[in-house]
Write a protein that binds this ligand. Structure first.
Ligand code: NDP
Length: 329
């Protein structure tokens, strides 16, 4: 097929200097896979920002179309589970890192990587959730598996005004949790309260080097920040509580001690969305369909077009994006 479509291509020269360009591709340029999809909506995640800005080595195949998630319609398939016309979602699996990703009119991927678009959700809705929201749901599910239910006490969410944080606040409050939202942007307090936060605290309270143990403030946490923030969240978690760690927006280090684990029986739950098995993804998307208020979802997302992706990618690593950015292709 010789029809062309627009794509963002990230390349590297002999000196390993990275450059980003908008180009025209055809389906013949796409990588191997058994399902081809017309991309209808995508999003800009923190990882996409790192990939396009080159601030971290997310891209490991050159040149590459970035974009770690998309929703769209199958145009052709030789995979038993999918046929032309099916509505699908893709999150992760190295797409936008080692395999051509979402920032193109067409994508070709392995059918095993896809999940069906939940009933009642449009591709736009699914990308308002995106990988950030699906990861937030994986964090909620991990806390639940650990017995951290609303009656156990408050749950803190760090990086609350970001993508993972906003969706986490929204889901937890819909489920009846007392949500404490931690943000560095005090001006976003009304936004977070509107999403369901019962309390908003300043990021500064969690930014200093942590004591081994501090006053018990919450039964659980969802942390998108890492570093001193995660260390403080752990040291303030009450006896038998748990913290789901999914992000590194504040740093990749974890300057903590074993005290919360061995003196309070606190658990640290690691969350990875990229290689999560299909059954877990299906359950997360089913739960998103039932536990996330679509109206609140609309309130936490901003819509841009294909031409706005590169600017938004730079903004997200600079901490300037609130909630989720949806790209209607
Ligand atoms: P966003 O940029 O939308 O949100 C991150 C938030 O973290 C910001 O909005 C800000 O919140 C806070 N923040 C930013 N910089 C700092 C800092 N220096 N110190 C403290 N807080 C800071 O990104 P996403 O929500 O898309 O992703 C959040 C994190 O989760 C990223 O690290 C991302 O890589 C990771 N992630 C991991 C996944 C996994 O599979 N484990 C999947 C998806 C995301 P505020 O302004 O409210 O303080």
């Amino acid at each position: 097929m010789s029809e062309t479509f627009k794509a963002i291509l990230v390349s590297r020269d002999a000196e390993k200097k990275q450059s980003v360009a908008v180009t025209d591709l055809t389906e013949a340029d796409l990588m191997e896979g058994d399902v081809t999809i017309a991309v209808e909506a995508t999003t800009v995640n923190y990882k996409d920002g790192l990939a396009i800005s080159g601030k971290a080595p997310v891209i490991r195949r050159w040149p590459l179309v970035p974009g770690i998630d998309f929703a769209g319609t199958v145009t052709s398939s030789s995979h038993a589970d999918w046929r032309a016309g099916d509505k699908v979602i893709l999150n992760g699996w190295g797409v936008g890192e080692t395999h051509f990703g979402a920032y193109a009119g067409r994508a070709r991927v392995k059918g095993d990587w896809l999940v069906p678009l939940p009933q009642g959700m449009s591709p736009h809705d699914a990308m308002a959730v995106g990988t950030a929201g699906y990861t937030a749901m994986l964090c909620v599910m991990a806390l639940e598996r650990h017995g951290i239910l609303p009656d156990r006490g408050p749950v803190v969410v760090t990086g609350a005004a970001g993508g993972v944080g906003s969706v986490a606040v929204s889901i937890l409050s819909s489920l009846g949790y007392h949500v404490i939202a931690s943000t560095g942007r005090n001006a976003e307090s009304p936004y977070l309260i509107n999403l369901g936060a019962a309390e908003v605290i300043s990021r500064d309270e969690l930014a200093q080097p942590a004591k081994p143990l501090a006053k018990e403030r919450w039964a659980g946490g969802i942390d998108a920040v890492g570093s001193h923030t995660l260390a403080n969240v752990l040291s303030m978690t009450s006896y038998g509580g748990a913290v789901a760690a999914c992000g590194l927006a504040g740093g990749m280090d974890l300057p903590t001690s074993v005290a919360p684990f061995i003196l309070r029986g606190v658990s640290l739950l690691g969350i990875d969305s990229v290689m999560a098995p299909k059954a877990v993804r299906l359950e997360a998307w089913r739960r998103i369909g039932t536990d996330l208020d679509l109206q609140k979802l609309a309130g936490l997302s901003t819509t841009i077009g294909f031409d706005g992706i590169i600017d938004a990618a730079h903004d997200i690593v600079d901490g300037k994006i609130r909630g989720r950015v949806v790209v209607d292709m």
